[in-house]
Design a protein around this ligand. Structure first.
Ligand SMILES: [Zn+2]
Ligand SMILES: [Zn+2]
Ligand SMILES: [Zn+2]
Ligand SMILES: [Zn+2]
Ligand SMILES: [Zn+2]
Length: 363
């Protein structure tokens, strides 16, 4: 009886002890002792607990196999899979599996959309190995930029831009500006002159120096001549538009030349002022009605100046300093205007200008 109790007791103790050690391994993770060898299934490998019957896996080691092809039974082509043996490079697990098809060796057969340097195109291809057609596949961008010969610039540099694709931002040959030949524009009596220093490559104006304009004439003579005889101007009593007027008696049908001569400014500079505009503002009669003809002595053509025309302009150009004109019988009021910069559209502003209002009586 005593013996039986003891053996039951020792059996109980034994169960208790083994239960305790088993539980500690299973529950309390630091007590697992991980194998240095790999365990695996067909997908994963891991380090297992060395305790027999303990199902724990070292989670830090669980990973998918990393298969490498170690031998080929049947080589893959671009049209058929192959067959080979793979081995995990970590745990050594091996398996047989297919070898994926090789990519086709494509050659372009027709271009549907040409690629640019940065944009893909679209084309039909054919495999040079198996002959299979592959339609509407991407054609890789060419990467070949084409740089224009014209320059873009900012205040410091110039460069060429790729012109192969308008969305391409590739630039080439970025370089700082380099001073080229200076360009001088002389003052013309109306606009200041300037000396521009452009970049010799791109034309960017790197520097501008102003050459101040000439000053207006302080003295000049307005002459009317016909057949070598000068007709004298008589100061008039009336005013036109706040300006003094002059009177002159002319012979109808005769060609008169009017010139502005000896125009000198306060700096003593002689100014070549060109005849610009005259317009008829008075009354008079001739065979054509109320009209004055002014004749261009270069071309010989006659220009009709209408009565009350606000712009009866005659422009002979910068180098012409005289007007030839014919009047019919009658009385006319004409503004003879000489100014610089007459080829510019804004001649009304700032130009050196001389105006004479002349009352012509032609008999
Ligand atoms: Zn364990
Ligand atoms: Zn493995
Ligand atoms: Zn192929
Ligand atoms: Zn480009
Ligand atoms: Zn430049």
């Amino acid at each position: 009886m005593k013996k039986k109790i003891l053996s039951v007791l020792s059996l109980g103790l034994g169960i208790l002890v083994s239960t305790i050690s088993f539980s500690a391994c299973k529950i309390d993770r630091p007590l697992h002792i991980w194998s240095q060898d790999w365990s695996s299934n067909n997908v994963y490998h891991w380090h297992a607990c060395t305790d027999n019957g303990c199902p724990a896996k070292d989670e830090a080691t669980i990973a998918k196999h990393e298969f490498e092809l170690i031998s080929t039974d049947k080589a893959a082509t671009c049209s058929a899979e192959g067959k080979g043996r793979y081995k995990c490079s970590v745990c050594g697990y091996e398996k047989d599996d297919v070898i994926e098809k090789l990519p086709h060796s494509l050659t372009l057969t027709s271009t549907l959309l040409a690629p640019s340097c940065i944009s893909p195109g679209l084309g039909n291809f054919k495999c040079t190995v198996c002959g299979e057609s592959v339609k509407e596949q991407t054609i890789e961008p060419t990467g070949a930029h084409i740089y224009g010969s014209s320059y873009l610039n900012d205040e410091n540099n110039h460069w060429h831009k790729c012109i192969a694709d308008e969305r391409c931002t590739a630039i080439d040959a970025v370089a700082p500006h380099k001073a080229g030949l200076a360009r001088t524009t002389q003052p013309n009596g109306w606009l200041d002159g300037k000396i521009d220093t452009p970049c010799g490559d791109c034309g960017y104006i790197m520097k501008t120096e102003v050459i101040p304009n000439k000053k207006a004439p302080v003295s000049y003579d307005l002459q009317f001549t016909a057949g070598g005889t000068t007709v004298s101007l008589i100061p008039g009593e009336e005013e036109y538009d706040g300006k003094p007027t002059y009177k002159i008696n002319l012979v109808a049908g005769t060609v008169y030349k009017t010139q502005l001569v000896n125009a000198v400014n306060a700096d003593g500079e002689e100014l070549n002022l060109a005849a610009d505009i005259s317009w008829f503002i008075g009354t008079g009669t001739d065979t054509h009605g109320l009209r004055v003809y002014l004749r261009n002595d270069r071309s010989g053509s006659e220009t009709l100046i209408e009565k009350y025309s606000t712009y009866g302009g005659i422009t002979w150009g910068n180098n012409s300093s005289d007007i030839n004109f014919i009047v019919s019988k009658g009385e006319y009021t004409v503004i003879f205007r000489y100014q610089t910069g007459i080829n510019d559209n804004n001649y009304h502003t700032g130009s050196i200008r001389v105006e004479h209002v002349v009352r012509i009586t032609a008999a």
